[in-house]
Design a binder for this molecule. Structure first.
Ligand code: 5RP
Length: 222
């Protein structure tokens, strides 16, 4: 199976978690795109969707799926999205597609975060994938200095502007042994809009597509 076929298998498995008549939170990226295409086949059985990016909103609209503004939504049973890396506690690095801020906001409203990944995304320790950080443009250099002090090597994502009009710094060279602690401290840097660690609110369920089938992992509850 190719990596794209594995992504498709994970996305297909997530359709089982979509509740009839509900509003579905929808992520961004190639795996989320497969989920959107699957959702289109059951669009008459859902109320609609909240998108985490302009790109996903366009794809949903092309399929004729009704879009909701998050501010008009009180309850959303599930949010379905991919990840760039995920560890065994179901903490994730996200933002490879630059949609991390809206992804984190939509996920915060959802009852459950269903992460859909191919098996290459499961890692022991996160950090090989550069950690995306969305920054206010005027704070770029100051945030980069702070990130360097923390031991990272920030690289500006050139030619890229987020849906919110901001910039992305991709931070290389971090070994993320304390995802919750690092997510919290990065949030304290003035000028950071969002960091791509999703650890304080990680995934609740991981649907991991492997060549042997789709595995289901649940977050351990303390
Ligand atoms: C976008 C994301 C994506 O979920 C992440 O980059 C994974 O993408 P893909 O499904 O294309 O591998 O966080 O901001």
């Amino acid at each position: 199976m190719t990596q794209d076929e594995l992504k498709q298998a994970a996305a297909q498995a997530a359709l089982d978690y979509v509740e009839e008549g509900s509003i579905v939170g929808v992520g961004t990226g190639s795996t989320a795109n497969h989920f959107i295409d699957g959702l289109a086949r059951m669009k008459d059985r859902i109320a609609g969707a909240v998108a985490s990016s302009e790109a996903s909103a366009e794809r949903l609209a092309r399929h004729g799926i009704r879009l909701f503004d998050l501010n008009d939504v009180n309850a959303m049973p599930v949010y379905v999205d991919g990840a760039d890396e995920i560890d065994s506690s179901l903490a994730m690095i996200k933002g490879g597609g630059g949609a991390l801020t809206r992804e984190k906001i939509v996920a915060a409203v959802a009852g459950r975060f269903i992460c859909i990944c191919d098996e290459s995304k499961l890692v022991k320790t996160m950090g090989r994938f550069p950690l995306p950080i969305e920054v206010i443009p005027m704070a770029r250099a100051q945030v980069a200095r702070e990130l360097t002090r923390l031991g990272g090597k920030p690289v500006l994502r050139t030619g890229f502007v987020t849906d919110n009009g901001n910039m992305i710094l991709d931070v290389h060279g971090l070994s993320i042994t304390d995802p919750v602690g690092l997510e919290t401290s990065l949030n304290q840097i003035v000028g950071v809009v969002t960091n791509g660690l999703f650890a304080r609110r990680g995934a609740d369920i991981l649907l991991l597509a492997t060549t042997r089938g789709v595995e289901r992992h649940s977050r351990a509850t303390q």
